[in-house]
Write a protein that binds this ligand. Sequence first.
Ligand code: ADP
Length: 481
Amino acid sequence: MEQTTTAGLYVGGSWRAAADSFENRSPARPDDVIGVYSAASPTDVDEAYAAARAAAPGWRRTSPLQRAAILYRAASILEERVDAVAAELTREEGKTLAEAKGETTRAVQVLRYFAGDCAQPTGDVLPSVDPRTLLYSVREPLGIVCVITPWNFPIAIPAWKIAPALAYGNTVVFKPAELTPQCAVRLVEALDEAGLPAGVLNLVTGSAARIGEALTRHPEVDAITFTGSNTVGRRIQADATPRGVKVQLEMGGKNPVIVLPDADLGVAVEQTLRGAMWSTGQKCTATSRAILHADVADRFTERLLARARTLRVGDPMEPDTDLGPLVSEPHMNDVLGHIERAEAAEHELLMGGHRDIAAGSGWFVAPTVVGGVGRDAALAREEVFGPVLALMTADSVEEAIAIANATEYGLSASVFTRDLATAFEFVREVHAGVVHVNSETAGAEPQAPFGGVKASSSHSREQGKAAAQFFTETKTAYVTA
Ligand code: ADP
């Protein structure tokens, strides 16, 4: 393997090392040390905020078109490096190389989308009761945004938070997940090389236990955008909101697909498996429940299992691998714990259900399908974040939608049907922020709003036109000549 690298903090426009460091290892081969990274201290966090504060007035006054030029350049720089960055992403996070390339390319597209958005109107001109008055609204930056991201999309999620934050004139303090610092370094390098002024973006790597509160409770923070677990997200919200800090949370999911008797079964099987197993199930939009109409349940299950048995688990660098490892040993144990509890609850383990030692020394778990799961079962309610699909049955479309809605989450949902009226009924009735007809529950295009209802989010949306609603606030101007 390549040599170990040491990456530093990026504060005030320059890279430096923190006093402490931590080692990161590959989930596919735990003896592979990927690199040694700076473990930021609360003092480093203070310095990052001081740099972001110092840079804020200048960046706020920059023309949006100048910001666009920097984001376009960063996109091109990252695009030239897609293959190299994707290989690093696979090594550090464990998803397959094809998925890592797709994700890195998505980060490029996100940078370009928000560069383009810089040239779009920022407000409205409105009629006024006084004909001499020009009445208009403009969107203004919030100030300093703290960006906290998870490990499962280590370059796309940071891009879709940082690009709009910068595009709309905010400065940023960015803390990536401890398990995926390398991708964060690569994204920041691209923006730095593209000419971002010093202090506009600052990176602090390290553990949340040490710097989490320093980041979210900092007196300089104006807004926090977070993607991660419900426990942490809610804690940040409860703490920040009373202080007037704007908070955006994207959290868990327990995303269902409904398969109806008139569905194209080939499509339904393929898309359900993609949603459940790709990225080893480690997506907030992953499919974790398949709600099967009783008239199609046996046929669907048989075809699903036949196809699932062909999935190859192994080294994510190999082109014919379908599923890489889970991201870490504790996470693997957590996923196996969900499976053990499902077995103890006497659900039917139809395939998988165990660590896959044959796949390698890393944190591999065999694709797992569990049948006979009732709507109140733990496996029907708790997010697993692994390659585990629960099969449930329903006797009607109405019952299937009721089961789909019977969780605290509401991120994404799919239906497989050829009937247009049923498709629209599903779109109308299902409690989810993102719905699909005849495609998997995962997937988010940069131009479309993304986010969940109920416990899946704080009800704001990311990406597309929705991003401006979080990263700016509106000023209304009455100008009378
Ligand atoms: P996951 O289970 O996906 O790792 P977490 O919610 O634990 O989700 O972590 C998501 C992000 O939030 C990571 O960058 C993590 O370091 C950070 N984080 C965890 N705890 C805190 C905290 N108390 N304050 C701020 N950030 C935190």
